[in-house]
Design a protein around this ligand. Structure first.
Ligand SMILES: NC(=O)c1ccc[n+]([C@@H]2O[C@H](COP(=O)([O-])OP(=O)(O)OC[C@H]3O[C@@H](n4cnc5c(N)ncnc54)[C@H](OP(=O)(O)O)[C@@H]3O)[C@@H](O)[C@H]2O)c1
Length: 322
């Protein structure tokens, strides 16, 4: 892949997009097209089309989406479906119409069926209904992945997708009202340590098992796929390793140095007993993750301390890559 090629990273101010920009720069790609929402609203079809006609990127990574937790998904399903369909349709179709060579779309492992057999293989997608708490998001993502697949098959263009697992790390959302389990536990244990609270309550029995991947590993995989993936079939991107919520909470307690108790509230739902991706096709294709879980957690904690903990207003500020 030509290091001078123009690459458009949509959603570069987000956690994943910012990491992709860091990774591309580290790999020597300097001709990056990065436009904040204030200059290009991706739900505006004409503006997106004009942008592609004017700037003619050769490669596009779509890491722009309306993303949110359970509460946001349940409260605003119409907006989640409409905005995500619109953003991805505008990007994918404008890219198709303007001769983009490779377009990479990001799915999300949370769109696999609610009762999916484990580990989740690519062919299980749509074998059952999605999890009701993120149904609208799931239908939009499925449509985006299908549109890329159809363009690949019908027009012979390299429009591809990948299915990342749960991501954590630099740029994560530490807002207590909407954060995922890792940033939520890091923050709550840090605050409990500082206030010398006697206990931290964790939802569920702690027995359910989940997979997590550091955002820099995902970014590395994205750049690798951009250069190497040439198939209409999407690939799972994860570590293939899962950990119980109890073990996760204990590791975070020890990392943070919190000495109080962990209380598992079994009256709260556990969700699926296990969720982990089958990554054997990804491994066969030649890529595997590098950042071990302990190292990844240390990096996420260091970033939280230096970036958010020291300046809490930053929780709602978009990330701007250096
Ligand atoms: N985080 C995860 O655990 C995870 C796991 C699997 C897959 N993914 C996928 O990775 C992608 C990025 O996720 P993320 O966690 O990085 O989300 P994020 O931090 O919320 O970033 C979303 C990005 O999309 C941009 N965006 C949203 N609506 C826009 C609009 N109308 N016009 C222009 N830009 C818009 C945001 O811009 P602003 O900064 O202006 O808001 C931001 O740059 C998503 O497709 C998601 O499904 C994430």
């Amino acid at each position: 892949m030509d290091r001078r090629a123009r690459i458009y990273v949509a959603g570069h101010t987000g956690m994943v997009g910012a990491a992709i920009v860091r990774e591309l720069r580290a790999a020597g790609f300097e001709n990056l097209l990065l436009v904040p929402r204030s200059e290009l609203d991706l739900t505006d079809q004409r503006a997106v089309r004009d942008f592609f006609v004017e700037h003619r990127p050769r490669y596009v990574v779509d890491s722009a989406a309306r993303v949110g937790g359970i509460e946001a998904n349940l409260t605003y399903p119409a907006e989640f479906l409409y905005e995500n369909l619109t953003i991805q349709n505008n990007l994918i179709w404008s890219a198709k119409e303007t001769s983009v060579e490779t377009f990479l779309f990001l799915g999300s492992s949370c769109i696999y069926p609610r009762d999916c057999p484990q580990p989740m293989r690519e062919e299980y997608l749509m074998n059952g209904r999605p999890e009701p708490t993120n149904e609208a998001y799931a239908y939009a993502k499925i449509a985006g992945m299908k549109l890329c697949e159809y363009i690949h098959r019908e027009f012979g263009r390299n429009f591809v997708s990948c299915m990342p697992t749960n991501i954590y790390g630099e740029g994560d959302n530490f807002d207590p009202s909407s954060s995922h389990v890792i940033p939520s536990l890091l923050r709550r244990m840090q605050e409990a340590k500082e206030s010398e609270a006697a206990e931290v309550v964790v939802w569920g029995t702690g027995e359910s098992r989940r997979e997590f991947m550091h955002v820099d590993d995902l970014a590395n995989a994205v750049v690798w796929l951009l250069m190497n993936h040439r198939s209409p079939r999407f690939l799972n991107v994860g570590t293939g390793e899962d950990i119980s919520v109890r073990s996760l909470a204990e590791r975070i307690r020890s990392l943070v140095g919190y000495e109080g108790d962990l209380v598992f509230d079994a009256s709260k739902p556990d969700g699926m007993p296990r969720k982990v991706l089958d990554v054997s096709p990804l491994h066969r294709s030649g890529w595997r993750h590098r950042i071990g879980f302990d190292e990844g957690l240390e990096r996420a904690y260091a970033w939280y301390l230096s970036y958010v903990h020291e300046a809490p207003q930053r929780i709602r500020e978009p990330l701007h890559p250096a």
